[in-house]
Each structure stands twice: as C-alpha cells, then as structure tokens.
Design a protein around this ligand. Sequence first.
Ligand code: SF4
Ligand code: SF4
Length: 71
Amino acid sequence: MTMTYLRNVAKISLKTEKCIGCGICVNVCPHEVFIVNNRKAVLKYKDNCIECGACDKNCPFKAIEVKAGVG
Ligand code: SF4
Ligand code: SF4
C-alpha cells in the first residue's frame, strides 16, 4: 500500500537565510521531508509532512516553523 497525503496543506516554513545546513532536520524527520543541498535545507517532500514538530524543536538556528495540527 502506498501512503498519500493531502497536498499543500502542511503548515511548515523554512527560513533559508537562518539555515547553516547542519542536517539535524534531515535526521529527526520521520518522513524524509528534508534534504540538504549546497549547505542549505530544502523542503523536498513537503507534502509528506505530518506536522510532528520534531524539526522545529530540534533546529538549533530556529530556521523552521511548524504549526502542528493545522494541515
Ligand atoms: S536543522 Fe535547521 S540549521 Fe540545520 S539543516 Fe535543518 S533547517 Fe538548517
Ligand atoms: S514536522 Fe515532522 S514530519 Fe514535518 S518536516 Fe518536521 S520533522 Fe518532518
């Protein structure tokens, strides 16, 4: 079975200017939403986000904001 999610509803924003590409968000995200490219995080699979908030809580540079329970 393939899991699918509603498109364009996840409330997650990434402030690229604050990101240093440490990769913590890649490691903590259970749904592989992020990649790091050229030392910056990218929301590669945003529609996979379940708004768990792990990336928001763990980013040391406050580059990610998640509004849990919206999408
Ligand atoms: S955890 Fe924050 S600083 Fe680190 S790669 Fe992700 S968004 Fe960038
Ligand atoms: S809120 Fe959770 S599922 Fe969504 S990108 Fe962050 S860690 Fe991944």
